[in-house]
Write a protein that binds this ligand. Sequence first.
Ligand SMILES: *Cc1c(COP(=O)(O)O)cnc(C)c1O
Length: 236
Amino acid sequence: MNESFDLIEKNIENIKKEMAAYPKAHLMAAIKTRSDEEVRKAYECGVRYFGENRVQELLAHYECVRALQGAHLHMIGTLQTNKVKYIIDKVDMIESLSSLGLAKEIDKRAAKCGIKMPVLVEVNIGREPQKDGIMPEDLPTFLAELAAYPNVLPKGLMTIAPVCEKSEDYAPYFAEMVRLRDEVFAPLFPSEENPLLSMGMSGNFAEALRHGTDFVRIGTGIFGARHYPTSAETQK
Ligand SMILES: *Cc1c(COP(=O)(O)O)cnc(C)c1O
């Protein structure tokens, strides 16, 4: 068997071992820059959630993921308002809702398709200027304003934690996400019995699991280092 496929299998086995103590947590493969063959290999190893960052890549992966029975496809990256129309009928969830303008567009496009779109609200938990996401202190107002968009279904919160040196340095960020879910999100959406948290990536998923996350989103930890195409290759 192909050596890199062997590695995918081993990586997933190891991650699943770490996840065994957290039965409600789902493993999501972050598939940006990966081939359809790598996606299928992860599926064969039991991965059922796939997260894509960019609209164009999501469309390229779409047929592959849809052919896999029981596979879920989530948008997890920055989503421009004018691109919602390309993915609205192709994803099971948008995890990167971070503005009212985007909520309005998702609402409009979902209505046109006759669907309601489950979303997670992205929180900028490290208050980093270069990152998307709602600032923690703005979350109550933002969530309340989502009521204006009946075809947008808030299911919980997502975050990309700031890069830290040590695993335990992530604890305060993840603990704050738990607090925001329990004290801000849950009271506003009482019908949502189990509001979701999506947090934890290759470098910090063990800490996220300890905080009871529902999804960990892992890319390099499953597939190895990413090889971004050169600009010449993306121009085709
Ligand atoms: C790429 C990406 C991940 C996975 O990152 P790794 O460090 O490769 O595990 C998770 N979430 C989002 C939003 C991403 O863009």
